[in-house]
Design a binder for this molecule. Structure first.
Ligand code: 5MM
Length: 338
């Protein structure tokens, strides 16, 4: 492992005002997204949609440092035969790859999940590196109830994240570690704070045990928000302050960057929260975005599967990318949403 190579990639991923486009929806998830706009999910329609995003050249150049891809996409060619990875690289974005095999039921713990995918990972990482991937992603899913996540769920998921991260670094691929505390539920914002703190503490213990070089990692966490079904919702400033308070206590300063997931927040709220945190500032790590839905909901809707809508969809993507760039710099304002 060449630590410097990893550090340079991680720094590039969180260069000032730059963030990650999460376009790694698995086949089942992209089908759900396409169902919402009445488009049939086929290899070609998935390719057309993603090619359209990656060819939004100026927005990619200015705002997007990397794209998380799904296995199908990293191997796919554009309609004119150019590999999709070449299109994003030409626009200055690093190809990344989702390498987990998804969250499965955790035996003995009803309602809890453990993310699988370690078997054969060393070989897959080596192939992905040859295909151009310079970073990877593994997502653990942590649901909140009065009793969950259990110690078993936290331990199994963070152990897997740490083993994944060590294997990535061996292959000179920067691991994005994503312990997602799910927003669904009626829990309070304080309960989200408590669970996220515990998850991050256990995660960094596991990363230390596996000798993971933190300077060559990126954290992809949830923000500290109220459960979606809770009638009492923390406001933007509370979310920003509680998230930063939690991270100052739990995330080592050696971590170069934190890129948030949007987790089901509205596009504008995800931007407002990121902006509020960067406005508070005085942070040891870069704070940016790695949004899936909060970057893609608007272009997906504008596209609707029709070639004539490509310019409108690209404009919608460019707008959200720019808003999030401003938020990553603490320079966003609601009036810019138009
Ligand atoms: C793009 O969605 C990713 C999950 O896909 P699968 O559920 O199909 O495996 C997801 O991990 C995503 O990268 C992050 O959750 C961020 O996306 P959001 O929509 O939460 O910003």
């Amino acid at each position: 492992m060449r630590k410097q190579v990893l550090e340079e990639i991680a720094q590039a991923m969180v260069a000032d005002g730059q963030g990650i486009l999460a376009a790694d929806e698995s086949t089942g998830t992209i089908k759900k997204r396409f169902d919402s706009i009445n488009v049939t999910s086929t290899e070609d329609s998935r390719r057309d949609y993603r090619e359209m995003l990656f060819r939004t050249t100026q927005a990619m150049q200015e705002n997007i440092s990397g794209v998380i891809l799904y296995d199908e996409t990293i191997r796919q060619k554009a309609a004119d035969g150019t590999p999709l990875t070449e299109i994003m690289t030409a626009a200055g974005a690093l190809p990344g790859i989702k390498v987990d095999a998804g969250a499965k039921d955790l035996a003995g713990h009803a309602g809890e999940m453990v993310t699988e995918g370690l078997d054969g990972l060393r070989e897959r990482l080596s192939e992905y590196h040859a295909l151009g991937a310079r970073f990877a992603k593994w997502r653990a899913v942590l649901n909140i109830t009065d009793t969950a996540p259990s110690a078993a769920c936290l331990s199994a998921n963070t152990h897997a994240l740490a083993r994944y991260a060590a294997l990535c670094q061996e292959a000179e691929i920067v691991p994005i570690v994503e312990p997602e505390v799910i927003m669904d539920g009626s829990h309070s914002v304080e309960r989200c704070y408590e669970v996220t703190s515990t998850a991050l503490t256990v995660l960094y213990e596991q990363l230390a045990i596996q000798n993971v070089h933190l300077e060559g990692t990126i954290l992809k966490p949830n923000m500290i928000v109220s459960g979606t079904q809770n009638p009492v919702q923390a406001n933007v400033q509370q979310v920003a302050e509680m998230t930063l308070d939690c991270f100052h206590k739990c995330v080592p300063q050696a971590v170069p960057g934190i890129v948030f997931l949007s987790g089901g927040q509205s596009d504008e709220l995800a931007t407002a929260h990121l902006d509020a945190m960067n406005k508070i500032g005085n942070l040891p790590w870069k704070l940016s975005f790695s949004y899936g839905r909060a970057l893609q909901a608007a272009p997906l809707k504008a596209w609707g599967g029709k070639a004539e809508n490509v310019p409108a969809a690209q404009a919608a993507f460019a707008h959200r990318a720019k808003m999030n760039r401003l938020a990553a710099l603490g320079q966003w304002d609601a009036s810019l949403e138009g």
